[in-house]
Ligand binder design. Structure first.
Ligand code: GCU
Length: 341
């Protein structure tokens, strides 16, 4: 009797083992952790969900993405460090955060580097942008695609910024980016790098007088609640970048790599559409909340930052070469002067 019971239990155990190790989907699903500093309703987060759907479909349910939004896994800098050691599979950061890991990105973070939106996308989706994505590999990251992050403009408390001299004496929050710090200095302000997640209270408590960002980020982070103006000088058009850890990338089969790359590309196209809609809505809501929207003379700001380009020519020839490539490419492709960024 005892041996029958033992046999019965052994069969059950064998069945369960078989189920969980070979048939059970969960044991075969590769779940990729994706860290982002932005909110669950940000256009990029919507794009991650879209990418996840595409990836699950392409891989027959064997791959999926688990999203950790709102800086749950740390700041963008911390997420990049986790990516390098393989603790996080993917992350989306601003190209500004990448600068201190891969200096090549400084070129796209320069103020007024792009003539307009169309040219920005031609640069990023063309050879220059693709080379930049590839350049991350030496830093243990693999660039997958760019997301639209629009243009960044100043907002804050106190006297509105209508011309560069209004920035004088103002403490301005910037991203952890050399270019951003230099740009603020050049414009006459004083730059303070603070992680995005701490900015709401920094503005509220007067730790900084101003900050700069695109309309969706200003709106979705609720920072518009603690500022009184938004001055659309559109000084930079820093793209967002999606990266995968090289540790993870190397573990994937060529087929899995292809599924992931395709899903990322499709999500980038999707995000561009969501971005346009969200920007419109954000500007409307910010205005409705009582924040004064200012349309300053952009040429004053553009002129004021030009010495930065000269400085790069003599001090950072490699970055300068890339800047020149971007400018040359745009000049060859469009006779348009700077217009709607
Ligand atoms: C943008 C960008 C984020 C970044 C933020 C910032 O919103 O998309 O990736 O964290 O700017 O200013 O820190």
């Amino acid at each position: 009797m005892k041996s029958y019971r033992f046999l019965f239990l052994s069969i059950i155990l064998a069945c369960l083992t078989f189920f969980f190790t070979s048939c059970g989907k969960t044991s075969h699903v590769r779940v990729i952790k994706l860290a982002s500093s932005l909110s669950p309703s940000a256009p990029v987060t919507k794009a991650f969900r879209y990418m996840n759907k595409k990836l699950q479909k392409k891989s027959n349910g064997t791959m999926r993405i688990k999203i950790y939004p709102s800086g749950q896994l740390g700041s963008e800098r911390e997420a990049l460090e986790l990516l390098q050691i393989g603790s996080v599979g993917m992350t989306k950061v601003s190209a500004a955060a990448l600068e201190s890991f891969d200096p090549a990105f400084k070129a796209v973070d320069m103020p007024y580097i792009f003539k307009n939106k169309k040219q920005r996308f031609r640069v990023l989706n063309g050879k220059i942008g693709k080379d930049l994505l590839k350049s991350t590999t030496q830093y243990l990251m693999h660039g997958l695609c760019y997301y639209d992050a629009g243009s960044r403009s100043f907002y804050g408390t106190g006297k509105p910024v209508r011309k560069p001299s209004d920035l004088k004496g103002k403490k301005i929050r910037v991203q952890n980016s050399n270019i951003a710090v230099q740009m603020i200095q050049q414009l006459g302000g004083s730059a303070t790098p603070i992680p995005f997640g701490s900015l709401y209270s920094a503005l509220q408590q007067g730790v900084v007088d101003a900050a700069e960002n695109n309309p969706p980020s200003l709106y979705l982070s609720h920072q518009y609640e603690v500022v009184n103006y938004y001055s659309l000088d559109k000084h930079t058009s820093v793209p967002d970048v999606l990266l995968v850890s090289t540790t993870l990338w190397k573990q994937l089969t060529p087929q899995q790599q292809q599924w992931l790359q395709e899903s990322a590309n499709e999500s980038a196209k999707y995000e561009k559409k969501v971005w346009a809609k969200t920007t419109k809505k954000a500007l409307k809501k910010i205005k409705q909340s009582g924040v004064k929207i200012i349309h300053p003379d952009i040429s004053l700001f553009r002129k004021k930052v030009q010495p930065m380009y000269k400085r790069y020519k003599s001090n950072y020839p490699k970055v300068y070469k890339r800047i020149q490539k971007i400018k040359q490419f745009q000049n060859e492709n469009s006779s348009a002067q700077h217009d709607s960024l």
